[in-house]
Design a protein around this ligand. Structure first.
Ligand SMILES: Nc1ncnc2c1ncn2[C@@H]1O[C@H](COP(=O)(O)OP(=O)(O)OP(=O)(O)O)[C@@H](O)[C@H]1O
Length: 468
């Protein structure tokens, strides 16, 4: 059987990073084994599913680069198929119509509770062969086997065995034309020929019921891998309901998508003690059998560290494309400032996130209007006049404007005046940025652009006191 995995989110909110890691593992497993990855949107919860959530999930998958070979397939577009299969199961005798009212079901539940038993359906219609009738209470229930056990070899959790006596005859189809969750999932996984069901371990309890439905349909049971949950820094399961971090918040906080993928891959999976994995390496090395069976906790420091590794080692032009989003978000006019790739080169050793980089890059966009008064008092003093004036002259004469030519000009100033580079750099730094802190001085001047650098030096010279 060809390898096919699927990610099946319910569009009841954004994609949080717990779900994203599940999607990543499904995707990687399919990629390593040369198989296919399917995206299925489980949108049958009519009250909670929204188009905005669908869009948010697709946007997050796209940003992460988790491309799917098929889909998105929407469950609400397959309602006729679920009905067909449910009715066929009634005809085959593996499911049956039942007509209990809400009150009857409630009374059944209360009796069980009073007897200290697990609430379960009593099977009243199981052998009645009640045919179809037009009744709002009509449901189709699955004839769960009464004896024996359901056993599967979970790829992450090992052997799991559940007695059928623990399971009751679950509703698979309702009179409103909607399937229930466990049934729709099996029909879909059969029709989509899913070979490996990889999902969070919040679904472990559903699996024995689903395996029984596969058997009733006479279909091969896929392999299952139930992934441990990702917990937040306080140890609670990440969930949309508790406001868990949206994947897109990580973009907005300035992380690179492949840094987040690397981080998520390592959160629950390892390969020796290697920490940094390119996406291509992950695609060839990731194996479900190496997934840790224990839940993992978020560690934002590690993500920051990983992000910085990629900022430093990636091609600056590629990082620059991601930086553009943050420069725009910070409100800068991209046409009126240095190229994003040049900003990356100048700043990447000093920051952990693109957001931080963009914020600090503000000094190179638009005119310089604010100066740190302490920096001005300290560095734009009389001694600054000669180096500023000399550097201005040399910078104005430069034909080719590059970080290297700027560097040569500034060194020439230091040499001509017989002073150290610090005495050239500090006043210039205040001139260009208005502050005492910035990246390497040649980069700082270069990024301002020739005309703007000269303008700023002139403005600084005008601040230098005269007469002493
Ligand atoms: N905290 C988590 N850690 C790992 N996987 C998760 C986590 N939460 C959900 N998943 C998995 O992500 C997939 C998609 O989940 P789904 O869209 O149904 O929403 P959900 O995140 O479980 O919902 P909610 O946030 O409302 O609990 C499922 O396979 C689910 O098991």
């Amino acid at each position: 059987m060809a390898v096919r995995t699927r990610f099946a989110p319910s569009p009841t909110g954004y994609l949080h990073i717990g779900g994203a890691r599940t999607a990543l593992y499904c995707w990687l497993e399919a990629r390593r084994r040369g198989g296919q990855f399917v995206l299925r949107v489980e949108d049958t919860d009519r009250e909670r599913s929204t188009q905005a959530a669908i869009d948010a999930i697709l946007e997050a998958m796209d940003w992460l680069g988790l491309g799917y070979d098929e889909g998105p397939i929407y469950q609400t577009q397959r309602l006729a198929r679920y009905k067909e299969v449910a009715e066929q199961m009634v005809a085959d005798g593996t499911a049956y119509y039942a007509y209990e009212t809400k009150d009857e079901l409630e009374a059944m539940r209360e009796r069980a509770m009073a007897a200290n038993e697990k609430p379960r359906y009593n099977g009243a219609y199981r052998e009645q062969n009640a045919g179809f009738r037009d009744d709002p209470n009509r449901v189709i229930r699955f004839k769960n086997p009464l004896d024996g056990t359901v056993v599967w070899e979970d790829k992450v959790k090992g052997r799991i065995e559940i007695a059928n006596s623990e399971l009751d005859d679950l509703v698979i189809f309702r009179s409103d034309g909607y399937p229930t969750y466990n049934f729709a999932v099996v029909v879909d996984d059969v029709d989509m020929q899913i070979s490996d069901v990889v999902r969070g371990d919040d679904h472990v309890n559903n699996t024995p019921r689903q395996i029984n439905i596969y058997r009733a349909l006479g279909k091969p049971v896929p392999h299952f891998a139930h992934l441990p949950m990702i917990l937040d820094e306080q140890g609670a399961k990440l969930s949309k309901r508790t406001g868990a971090a949206d994947v897109m918040q990580y973009r907005d906080a300035g992380y690179l998508p492949h840094a987040l993928l690397n981080y998520l891959a390592r959160l629950g999976w390892s390969h020796g003690d290697q920490e940094i994995f390119s996406v291509d390496e992950l695609k060839s090395l990731f194996d479900l059998k190496d997934v840790n069976a224990k839940a993992s906790r978020l560690d934002s420091q590690k993500l920051g560290w990983l992000n910085q590794q990629y900022l430093k080692s990636d091609d600056p032009a590629d990082v620059g494309k991601h930086l553009e989003h943050h420069l725009r978000a910070a409100g800068y006019d991209l046409a009126n400032g240095p190229s994003p790739a040049d900003i990356v080169l100048a700043m990447r050793d000093r920051v952990q996130t693109l957001k931080d980089m963009a914020e600090r890059a503000g000094v190179w966009f638009g005119p310089l209007t604010t100066y740190d008064e302490a920096a001005v008092a300290k560095h734009l003093n009389a001694a600054a006049r000669a180096p500023l004036a000399d550097a201005r002259e040399r910078l104005a004469a430069l034909g080719a404007w590059s970080a290297e030519s700027v560097s040569q000009a500034l060194h020439a100033t230091a040499e001509a005046l017989g002073i150290g580079m610090g005495k050239v750099a500090q006043p210039l730094r205040v001139a260009i940025t208005g502050t005492q802190v910035s990246p390497d001085i040649s980069q700082t001047v270069y990024l301002a652009g020739q005309a703007e650098a000269l303008r700023r030096i002139d403005a600084a010279l005008a601040k230098v006191p005269t007469g002493d």
